[in-house]
Design a protein around this ligand. Structure first.
Ligand code: AMP
Ligand code: FE
Ligand code: FE
Ligand code: ZN
Length: 271
């Protein structure tokens, strides 16, 4: 039976509520899902409760944006206690920095003549974690761009005039934190980084799995990362990275779903 372990709700940069996602997953025939919002677990309770109610296994999840000298690396965490106070304290710091960053991005956009305010962005992120896709939605709303990707190319991407970084954990810190709250860490979408030479370092620091199945991975990348998983004894995971209306390309919930058995193997990696 299929499992989708990479999903974003409207509590980060997706557009569907956690409860709706669980319902959609059930309808799509998925048996296990995880909502892996960026740097927060605001949706965990709603999703887990809904899963219990309608009979679908909801595993706690998160996707940390971590920082390395030359690249950003996303570290997924699963099976941890989403109510752990140590975790929540760190997440609060990350959320605060994400909010402050929106003000800085808006200042830069205003400086180049765009009429946009922080409130325009927060109207999209609501009580959740604000991110660049919310800025993109606000820019689209105002007619400054004709699709979300254009926002990254013209304004808020790494090389754009309104790019602003935010406080991030190092990959080692993220892996350590996930472990300390009872979870297992997975290197998200290894095929999207500038290079993947850092994977052995993540393994040395306690990485438990690697996201082999991912919508933008080409067949040869899937093969490559499967081999890396065997080489380093990592669990193999996968998922859609569904973001609702903020999804990249035409990604649907359940795309790149994996057999339940792989989720069991991932769980066995908890130390
Ligand atoms: P943030 O975490 O706020 O820096 O925003 C990063 C998020 O923006 C990613 O998780 C994707 O959802 C989205 N994203 C990144 N690059 C692009 C792009 N080129 N086009 C559309 N969405 C993107
Ligand atoms: Fe995202
Ligand atoms: Fe990611
Ligand atoms: Zn993601």
């Amino acid at each position: 039976m299929p499992a989708d372990l990479h999903i974003h709700s409207n509590l980060s940069d997706g557009t569907d509520s956690p409860g709706k996602i669980v319902e959609m997953a059930k309808e799509a025939g998925l048996t296990i899902i995880s909502i892996s919002d960026h740097d927060n677990v605001f949706g965990a309770k709603e999703a887990i409760d809904k899963g219990l109610e309608i009979g679908i296994d909801v595993v706690s999840g998160i996707e940390f944006t971590t920082e390395m000298p030359n690249t950003e690396v996303h570290i997924l965490g699963y099976f941890f206690d989403p109510a752990n106070p140590i975790l929540l304290e760190t997440l609060e710091k990350l959320q605060k920095s994400r909010k402050e960053r929106i003000f800085k991005i808006i200042e830069k956009l205003q400086a180049i003549g765009l009429k946009i305010s922080p409130e325009d962005v927060f109207a999209y992120s609501k009580d959740g974690a604000p991110g660049r896709p919310h800025v993109a939605r606000a820019l689209l709303d105002k007619g400054y761009i004709s699709n979300l990707k254009e926002a990254f190319i013209r304004y808020i991407g790494f090389k754009g005039p309104a790019y602003v970084s935010h406080y991030k954990l190092s990959p080692q810190e993220a892996i350590g934190l996930i472990k300390s709250v009872g979870g297992v860490s997975v290197c998200a979408h290894p095929g999207v980084y500038y290079n993947d030479d850092f994977i052995p370092m993540l393994v040395e620091n306690g990485l438990g799995g690697i996201e082999v199945f991912y919508p933008s991975h080409k067949p040869e990348q899937i093969e490559k990362y499967k081999n890396l998983a065997y080489k380093y004894g990592l669990a193999i995971t996968g998922g859609s990275d569904y973001h609702g209306l903020n999804s990249q390309k035409e990604v649907k919930l359940g795309d790149m779903a994996i057999p339940d058995g792989l989720v069991e193997k991932l769980k066995a990696k908890i130390v």
